[in-house]
Design a protein around this ligand. Sequence first.
Ligand code: TRP
Ligand code: ZN
Length: 898
Amino acid sequence: MLRTDTPVTVYRKDYTPPALAIDHVDLVLELDPQRTIVTSTLGFHRAPGAAPDAALVLAGEELELVGVRLDGQPFTGVATATGSLTLTGLPAQGTLEITTACNPAANTTLSGLYVSNGNFFTQCEAEGFRRITYFLDRPDVMTTYRVTLRADRAAYPVLLSNGNLLSEQALPDGRHEAVWEDPFRKPSYLFALVAGKLECIEERIQSASGKEKLLQVWVEAQDLDKTRHAMDSLINSIHWDERRFGLELDLDRFMIVAVGDFNMGAMENKGLNIFNTKYVLANAQTATDVDFANIESVVGHEYFHNWTGNRVTCRDWFQLSLKEGLTVFRDQEFSADMMGSESGRAVKRIEDVRVLRQVQFPEDAGPMAHPVRPDSYEEINNFYTVTVYEKGAEVVRMYQTLLGRDGFRKGMDLYFERHDGQAVTCDDFRRAMADANGRDLTQFGLWYSQAGTPVVTVRTAWNAGAGTLDITLAQRCPKVGIETRDGTPEKQPFHIPFAIGLIGKDGEDLPLRLEGEAAAGDTTRVLDFTQAEQTFRFVGLPAGDAPTPSLLRNFSAPVIVDYDYSDSALTFLLEHDSDPFNRWEAGQRLATRVLLELVADAQAGRELKLSKALVDAFRAVLTDGTLNPAFREQALMLPAEAYLAERMGVADPAAIHRARLFLREGLARALKAEWLAAYESNATPGPYSPDADSAARRALRNLALGYLADTGDADMQALADKHYAESDNMTDRFAALSALVNSFAPGREHALADFYQRFENDPLVIDKWFSLQGMQRGEVGPHAGKRTIDVVRNLMEHPAFTLRNPNRARSLIFSFCSGNPAQFHAEDGSGYEFWADQVLALDAINPQVAARLARVMDRWQKYALPLRDRMRAALERVSASSTLSRDVREIVGKSLSA
Ligand code: TRP
Ligand code: ZN
């Protein structure tokens, strides 16, 4: 494995265009698990303006060079070094033939060509192609590929690559070959091949212009009965992109292949998407409603990349959000549209914002904070972040908020008109949006270059006699992450689309008129907030009582809103806001306030008391049958412990856990009758269906079950036993198992054992089993004494556990280290010791996965003593290792120097 001693920082400002253009690539792969021979034939010509004597430096890793030929003759102007092959004395144009060997079976990094369960797969983004052959492995080198795959026919009956199948034939010695050609120019990171024993379901559909398309989902034979939902999601994605953006599938054939060993969610290789099994395989028995929804969204995401990523790609990896932010926005809109109702859309928006706040806001406040378009990196794999993806999607969403849906569509059309077939930058995208709409989006560009989450402080001044309301917005965004260390100047104000409504005393939206306007317009206004401080005067409001402001409706910008709402204003908004997102938001603000007070009480050793106001607010939501059950579920979920930790100056995970558990048990008991009623009235009789309405009912019902089990009452735990035993689908079964496990119900051990035995042969379900135990509460009350860390260490000895499979490693280790804050941050530092052990062990196998785990310590400086010191000690222990990958080194290095 490659270990670099001195970390090299790559800077965006150092970009230079490639000196060589590649006209075409012909790849021949003789597939063999231990020694695969790759011959790459490149037609090249020197780029105009490039120095004639410049050496050509090709990237390559873990390759054995077998030979190089130029225009058919052996070529000797060759020098290899770690990570590269340098060719000197090349003519202005010609044909290079490079032959190399690699060892896919020994490749545990899952980058490049590797073997998983006996089959071959590739993963080339971001820099994996260089592990297959020497190449100009950078996204601005686009070319056409013709790929010949040869392999043993019995062991590898299926041979797939990008594009169209040209021919298949038998070869001597039991081998066979397939030739594939991709007519579209593409960067090397979109190359893919798959070879092995796989089967598929297929469908033929007609695209908008009437062309027939062949769609396939490839899996291992035993999983064929879990492919229907992925296929349906693909078909829906294709039609959605035609309808919403006028974008049609450009190939005759589109394939999805599932693989059990995969570093991320999925990969958008041209015409041959490769997926983690977790985002393909589902049926009622093995997958939850959330799994079904995730599959729909990831299938959509990868499909949408065909235009936003593949047809138009990134000039360099600093522009990653050009394709990822845009494609996440597109998959979010797709999933929202598939919900089929306005309230469903709102629930999707709430879920997306929850992730943004719980994961991206902390990233943007910690040592790895970086702008949506970063300025530097040591290892690009570390920059596939929630900032690039989720905040990037918020930035794209803001264009749509500012320009309207039609204006946004015009911008997209112009973007494709200008840039189809090119490798471009985030500035090119912004220019297309600006030019198509005649808007100046210069200041908006700061969203790409400045890191951190802006805080918007809101002040209001009500003139009861005149019926005018002054809203003063002030923004600030202190330096974060690398900005504090690299001489970044003070930040400038962002262009924030700030959506606002005003609610009258009867709960109705008031028509909005800004001073100077002739007449009132809509009841939601998007304010162009562009200065450090700005006052907006609303006039013509009914005199008397002040209206209640509904701020940042639908979360119109990725900012923190600071406004001193009274408890009664929040209750009022929770009841009346016409903006469902802000209705939810009001409830969350109220619950957060109550929880932070409880945390303070817990820290001070005061008695904890249940807030009657919150109980009343929860009761109102729970019993309001007019509300979408999925919305009620969202509103009745307490803010996560990690979110509360972020909200504190100094985080105290033990106190947070005590406070939250107290509130949860209090709400469980105070509203027992109402939870039970919700449980009973939200059954979904008949066979399982993952549709939005049924999933919504199950969500609320299972939330109720969790609360009921937390009453600790024997009858309620018996209800969970019954729910488990009678469930006919994974959503219900797993919800019951969670309720039993976390409430330490008597039925818990029996259910855990039953679950394992039922699903022993289904790795994705066994992942759930590990994950639930990694996230379980520490044993409390009569069960005190047993710590989750001991359960986790024990489970690592389980025959089904392995570090080599990323899903399995995530299911136990990540779920404990990042999904169980109270237990992970045990005062004795046992969680941190465990973390260091696992980062080091994983790093020797798979640096990308290890670096993800390393990020768990990002916020170490936020924790109370003695935790903070113990976290630093664990970081230092990892940092002292002499064999760290570049991936982990960057993360721990940045953590320690923050
Ligand atoms: N481009 C992929 C996506 O967003 C992400 C991805 C898949 C990836 N596998 C990877 C990124 C491996 C880095 C390394 O859909
Ligand atoms: Zn993507």
